[in-house]
Design a protein around this ligand. Structure first.
Ligand SMILES: [Zn+2]
Length: 82
C-alpha cells in the first residue's frame, strides 16, 4: 500500500473505511496481505493484486491514513452482467 497523493481521486473510485483496526476491510484467499503504509495495520487480508487496483482505497482505523494499493494500474476487476 502507499499513501494517496493530494488530488489523486479516481472518478469512479470509493474509499473503504476500516472501522475496527483488528478486522481487515477485505479478506479473501489471495496471496497478499495489504498493510497500512503508516502504521502497518492489516487493511486487507488474503487479496490478489488484480483486486487491489488504484480504485481501491482504504482508510486505516488506527491512524486514519488513506491508503491506495497499486503503483501500476491494473485492469479493473469485473464480470459480465447476467
Ligand atoms: Zn494506519
Amino acid at each position: 500500500m502507499r499513501e494517496v497523493q493530494t488530488g489523486e481521486v479516481p472518478f469512479d473510485g470509493g474509499t473503504a473505511v476500516q472501522h475496527d483496526a483488528e478486522r481487515p476491510v477485505f479478506s479473501g484467499n489471495g496471496a497478499y496481505d495489504y498493510v497500512c503504509v503508516t502504521c502497518g495495520n492489516v487493511l486487507a487480508a488474503g487479496m490478489d493484486p488484480e483486486y487491489m487496483t488504484r480504485k481501491v482505497r482504504v482508510r486505516c482505523a488506527r491512524c486514519r491514513t488513506v491508503n491506495i494499493s497499486a503503483e501500476v494500474p491494473f485492469a479493473p476487476a469485473r464480470r459480465p452482467r447476467r
